[in-house]
Design a protein around this ligand. Sequence first.
Ligand code: FES
Length: 101
Amino acid sequence: MFKRQQDVANPGDDIVIELDGKTVTVPAAVSVAAALLYLDAVPTRNTLVSGAPRAPFCMMGVCFECLIEVDGVSDQRACQVQVQPGMRLRRQLSAQDGDIT
Ligand code: FES
């Protein structure tokens, strides 16, 4: 879905993080939301009431559609947090997807 621009990408700058218990490699110095889109890891959460899938939308901290658990702290705006080596991310998916937040 989303690809890195070749003139910006520097393979040596990749870092390793954990997403839903799996080790993944993402570009360094990007937001968690950008990393999730890069990994095509959408939806990033489901709404509590209807279970509707959600994913980063505004990428500037306004819409709150990108909420995710970061290092054990839930409801963090993924677009406002930069990826760090070893960071543990967990998508806040509903029971309909087999995972309860
Ligand atoms: S994408 Fe809108 S608040 Fe993060």
